[in-house]
Design a protein around this ligand. Sequence first.
Ligand code: SF4
Length: 123
Amino acid sequence: MLKQITGITRVRMLYLQLQFACNFRCKHCFHGRLLESPVRYTPADAIAMVEHFRLEYALEAVTLLGGEPLLYPDVVAVAEHCKRAGLAVEICTNGHHGFFGMIRALVSIPWNRGEFCQAAWAT
Ligand code: SF4
């Protein structure tokens, strides 16, 4: 559909908003009240989205967003799928120490240098 409407045939990076939830409420956050939304992708839908862009648009990379993506219960499964599919993966997390267990699970995935990023800080 994207191809037909816009003529776009390649998408290098997919910014995949898994959910709207965060453990912080930063004043600069552009999500605002969306962080109160219960809307989230199922893992199957998130993976299907990745596969659609990988197969139809030669996707090379995925950035997992969430608000805070480490609050997404299946972030490890989604990241693992993306890595196994040969994609570069970034996770845009606030890196709160409460996510230590999730981060431990994620580091078992073979990451490339610079992929796992900490991009937001609470204010
Ligand atoms: S950590 Fe990021 S997603 Fe969470 S409130 Fe702050 S800016 Fe928003």
